[in-house]
Design a binder for this molecule. Structure first.
Ligand code: C2E
Ligand code: CA
Ligand code: CA
Length: 737
């Protein structure tokens, strides 16, 4: 703020004086006057003064320094002198004009300015006396009075004006200081002044609100005292950077201990004001950003974690795997990824509802967490898929962890008021050179699918070549859809013969896929896939229908002496399907096959699940009059209890027992006891996989009833079966050799 009035105000005042002076002069011209009074001249000067006044009022004085307005002074003096020349009055009469002019000079400009105009004043005062011839000694000497009066008025005006101005300035300064102080003291930020060593020289009272310390409690102490130990290094370095040069500024986030012992996040802006005489220190503005950081943390957590289980999500997991591979450097094999998928989770979800499903997923996540070491990462990738990252392991170690995880999931889960058991399939992939996180995850996924296909509830390690198989599977799935629609599936039949006489008593229907590009595919190549995708339901129905129709046709044609029986394999998925009883009944009706000629083969795993659902489905089928046999008997966790609990009609003794008949005594004994048990329980038996005559004779000796195997015939087309049966009817002895 300047010490004089503003140039603009000075200009306005000058303009006012010009106009006022001009107006006064104009009025004085009306009054009676001496004979040498030049009235037109005076009026002209008066008008000129008013015009100048208007011009002066329009000049943008604020654009120039205050001194610039002094230009109006010589102009004014010239007009006064000219007016006097025309009026030819005695000097005192217009001395008053000069007094006013000096009053303006003094008011609008610093003290001493009026002296500079003294010579010009003398000239303007005396010149008209000469031109009008009134320069008598009395008139001339009047300057001795008028001159000092003008200077005295000018200087006293200057004095008064300066006093007024400084009083005003002080008032304003006091007001703004008060405002600033209350701003600083009530701010939610803490403002500190530090000296070069980091000692607190000043601190705003807001420290109490922000950090809980009493105002001035910390003054004189070190600013680093309450900084988090992990952050001290960075804070010191930051102060160093600020001190490096005047006016340097630096921003920093760090943690500070609150008086209550908690840690608060602080964002600080420090500025070097050592050279500023009012500060003489480093000014630090600190803001509490704890809430903001917590919110950020929450948002980050949400972005990288699965909301349901709190485990890492796919994005975070991929990132962790990336970092792990990076850390492992040239030893990528120390990083392993486990891909875990719950078996039959969909059934839980569908039968118990989504809430139960969610609860189960949460419980699974808990068990995973507990089964892992500190540094391992568990993630939920979506649905019932989980992944685990292991570091510093070898493949055996990874396999062990995978087994441990399976064990952890084995115990029953409480979901709502129910208890249920689940299993999971795990694929394990170990890092390789140049493997990326996504490679690793995909490989583990591929291995997991293998685990599913191999019968679930198990661990499979990834081996190269599997990925190709996985790609094939995708293709295969689409192909299978087409196969179902275009009749590419065919049923082959393997004869089941009477071991004693060698007669063909029936056939087992075995599905084949006449693939347009890959030729004839065996069921192992696509049954697992069909079960996974649900296509098994349509596939199974097709086989059932086709087999029943075929056998019925043979029997109508009296192909064999006795009506032929037919065995059809039933997948677990089909049995779990609620409509299975209806479906079998419908097929029997449609084809006209007597129910007692149809045998349904189910595997032991069906019985192991031991659910109300399977029990009811089997009972339902039984009421239709069909037979039910257990396939591959002896390969599962055979519990003979099943045989009592379920309505079973027969057993198919797995070919591994038949193969061992010649060599192992124990297995031979086992086959013997299975056969005798079957007789006790009145179960039919079929021995599978009879390949050699020795096996046949041992089975005969043990009293085996029926059998099938390459020794008699492999699976063959219906035409080949018809031909074989016809030949046999012609030469009955041939088969029994
Ligand atoms: P499975 O029910 O145990 O069928 C017997 C399998 O043993 C058949 O294999 C058959 O070709 C084979 N085999 C027969 N005699 C011998 C022998 O002397 N030695 C040896 N080593 N093997 C013999 P295939 O046709 O490849 O079928 C494999 C499995 O696929 C079947 O095992 C069955 O579980 C499943 N399958 C076949 N057709 C169907 C179907 O229509 N529906 C369902 N759900 N599964 C089917
Ligand atoms: Ca079978
Ligand atoms: Ca079998």
């Amino acid at each position: 703020m300047s010490e004089t009035i503003s140039p603009r105000l000075a200009g306005q005042m000058a303009a006012g004086l010009y106009v006022g002076g001009g107006l006064g002069t104009f009025l004085s011209a009306i009054l009676p006057a001496a004979p040498d009074y030049n009235r037109p001249g005076v009026v002209a000067v008066a008008l000129l003064a008013m015009i100048v006044g208007i011009v002066v009022s329009r000049v943008p004085w604020e654009r120039w320094p205050p001194r610039a307005s002094l230009i109006v002074v010589p102009v004014a003096f010239a007009l006064i002198a000219l007016g006097n020349h025309f009026a030819a009055a005695e000097p005192f009469r217009y001395g008053i004009y000069f007094v006013v002019a000096f009053a303006w000079i003094g008011f609008a400009h610093p003290p001493g300015t009026s002296f500079a105009f003294a010579p010009l004043f003398a000239l303007a005062y005396l010149l008209p006396l000469v031109t009008t011839g009134t320069a008598d000694p009395v008139s001339i000497s009047s300057i001795v009075h008028v001159g000092p009066i003008c200077l005295a008025v000018g200087e006293s005006m200057a004095w008064v004006s300066t006093r007024l101005r400084s009083a005003q300035i002080q008032l304003q300064r006091a007001a703004s200081e008060a405002r600033f102080r209350s701003l600083v003291q009530n701010a939610s930020d803490v403002i500190l002044v530090l000296d070069q060593r980091g000692t607190i020289v000043y601190e705003t009272p807001s420290v109490e609100k922000v950090l809980g310390y009493r105002p001035e409690q910390r003054i004189g102490g070190s600013a680093f005292e309450n900084v988090h130990p992990d952050d001290i290094q960075t804070v010191r370095a930051g102060l160093g950077r600020v001190l490096a040069q005047p006016n340097a500024e630096h921003q920093l986030d760090f943690r500070v201990r609150h008086a209550d012992g908690s840690w608060r996040g602080i964002h600080a802006i420090a500025k070097n004001l050592l050279d500023d005489e009012h500060v003489r220190g480093v000014l630090v503005n600190c803001r509490d950003i704890t809430d903001r950081q917590q919110l950020e943390e929450q948002l980050r957590h949400q972005a990288f974690h699965d909301a349901l289980t709190g485990l890492a999500n796919r994005a975070l997991f991929a990132d962790r795997v990336d970092h792990a591979l990076h850390r492992a450097g040239r030893h990528p094999s120390s990083v392993a990824v486990l891909f875990l998928d719950l078996d039959d989770f969909k059934t839980v979800n569908d039968s118990l509802g989504h809430e139960a499903g969610d609860e189960l997923l949460r419980a699974v996540a808990d068990r995973l967490r507990r089964a892992l070491r500190e540094g391992d990462t568990a993630a939920r990738l979506g649905g019932d898929e989980f992944a685990i990252l292991l570091e510093e392991v070898d493949s055996e170690g990874a396999a062990e962890v995978a087994d441990r995880v399976l064990d952890a999931l084995r115990g029953r889960f409480r979901v709502g008021r129910r208890e249920l058991g689940i299993s999971a399939s795990i694929g394990v992939a170990v890092g390789r050179t140049r493997a990326s996180a996504s490679d690793l995850l995909r490989n583990a996924d591929v291995a997991m699918y293998r685990a599913k296909a191999a019968g679930k509830g198990r661990v499979v390690m990834f081996r190269s070549g599997m990925e190709r198989a996985a790609a094939n599977r995708l293709q295969l799935r689409a192909d299978l859809e087409r196969a179902l629609q275009h009749g590419e599936l065919v049923v082959h039949y393997q004869p089941i013969v009477d071991l004693a006489g060698g007669d063909i008593r029936g056939v087992e229907a075995l599905v084949r896929w006449n693939h347009p590009r890959r030729g004839l595919l065996g069921p192992v190549e696509f049954i697992g896939l069909a079960e996974e995708t649900g296509q098994i339901l349509r596939l199974g129905r097709f086989v059932l229908e086709e087999a029943c129709r075929q056998v019925c046709a043979w029997n109508r044609a009296r192909l064999a002496r006795l009506p032929l029986m037919v065995s059809v394999n039933l997948s677990v998925k089909q049995l779990e399907h609620p409509g299975i009883g209806e479906e079998v009944a419908a097929v029997l009706r449609a084809t006209g096959l007597p129910p007692e000629l149809l045998t349904l083969e189910i595997t032991e795993t069906v019985l192991m699940q031991d659910t109300e659902l399977t029990r009811r489905a089997l009972a339902n089928l039984k009421t239709l009059g069909v037979r039910i046999v257990i396939d591959d008997f002896g390969t599962g966790y055979s519990s003979l209890n099943y045989l009592r609990r379920f309505p079973i009609d027969g057993l198919k003794i797995d070919r591994s027992f038949v193969a061992a008949l010649e060599t192992g005594r124990e297995e031979a004994a086992l086959v013997a006891s299975i056969l005798s048990l079957s007789r006790t329980l009145r179960l039919h038996t079929v021995a599978e996989g009879i390949e050699r005559p020795e096996q046949l004779s041992r089975l005969r000796a043990l009293g085996g009833e029926l059998g099938q195997g390459y020794h008699f015939a492999g699976p063959m087309t219906s035409a080949d079966v018809a031909q074989l049966v016809e030949e046999q009817s012609a030469f009955p002895a041939a088969a029994s050799a």
